[in-house]
Write a protein that binds this ligand. Structure first.
Ligand SMILES: O=C(O)C(=O)C[C@]1(C(=O)O)C=C[C@@H](O)C=C1
Length: 273
């Protein structure tokens, strides 16, 4: 029986690619055009997983996803890295000279900025990179193009007007797999948490020092504003470990005592980059 998995975008988006890489067999993919839409789809009992982008190697965090991870009760149960190559797509008769406007996801604009800066095109932020291709196909207008994947060019039958326009040749996006429950098995080697600390000298240091005390390798820190309390922050931390390891348990219990708010986001197997 196939398993229902929600993803961001439409067929040909990088999130769909991430889903297919993570769930290569028997999957029924259900899409949504908004990041929060993917989280909402998981409210349906028949959809156990969702796939969304969280971080890009050139342009950094996808902030909206960090905020949604804290807002919804889901867990990170996996991650997958996808090499992201952007192309400029246009309708069959379009050329670089006919283009006036370019549609894409804002992250794709950032990842292709030096190329776009060479042209005077108007940039129109749109939904996913693949929806942008779909839009260009439907509009059938020589003056518009999208920044999308090669797969989107095939699906929406568009021409590639310029290849590989992302400035970083190792441009990679990390996607997370959302699930409803915390799932810990022996292959899980990465933990994600979010917390707030008191607004006083040394508070963050106190919470983080347990990584050193318990010899735990911290992988990432990201901060996001606590919206209704100006200048307070949620700290999102990724670190190596398995929740069944007693010293990881102790480190987390100690950390909690230094935090005003603490949420365990997940323990999962790190993806291959
Ligand atoms: O638009 C898509 O195809 C997506 O999956 C979204 C997204 C993102 O938001 O980071 C994913 C990968 C690329 O970095 C650009 C866009």
């Amino acid at each position: 029986m196939s398993i229902n998995v929600a993803y961001y975008g439409v067929p040909g988006s990088f999130s769909e690619q991430a889903l297919l890489d993570y769930f290569p067999n028997d999957v029924h993919a259900i899409n949504n055009e908004k990041f929060e839409g993917v989280f909402k789809l998981l409210e349906d009992e028949s959809i156990p997983y969702g796939v969304v982008p969280i971080e890009n190697s050139s342009t950094g965090a996808v902030n909206a996803i960090y905020d949604l991870l804290n807002k919804y009760p889901y867990h990170i149960v996996g991650e997958v890295y996808v090499k992201v190559e952007h192309h400029l797509l246009g309708s069959k008769k379009a050329t670089l000279d006919t283009i006036k406007k370019v549609y894409s996801h804002p992250q794709a604009f950032e990842q292709s900025k030096p190329y776009l800066d060479q042209h005077g095109w108007e940039l129109v932020p749109y939904y996913s990179t693949a929806s942008s291709a779909e839009y260009v196909k439907q509009a059938d207008d020589l003056s518009i193009a999208s920044i999308s994947s090669q797969k989107a060019a095939q699906i929406y039958d568009l021409n590639i007007l310029a290849n590989h326009i992302n400035y970083n040749t190792t441009n990679t996006t990390r996607f997370i797999v959302l699930g409803k429950n915390l799932k810990v098995n022996s292959s899980c080697d990465k933990i994600s948490v979010v917390f707030t600390t008191e607004h006083k000298a040394g508070a963050l240091y106190s919470a983080l020092k347990y990584f050193s005390d318990f010899d735990i390798n911290m992988l990432k820190i990201e901060s996001r504003p606590v919206v209704h309390t100006p200048w307070q922050y949620y700290f999102y931390i990724d670190f190596e470990g398995n929740l069944n390891n007693p010293s990881i348990k102790k480190a987390i219990d100690s950390m909690k005592t230094d935090c005003m708010y603490f949420k365990l986001l997940g323990n999962y197997k790190s993806g291959v980059n």
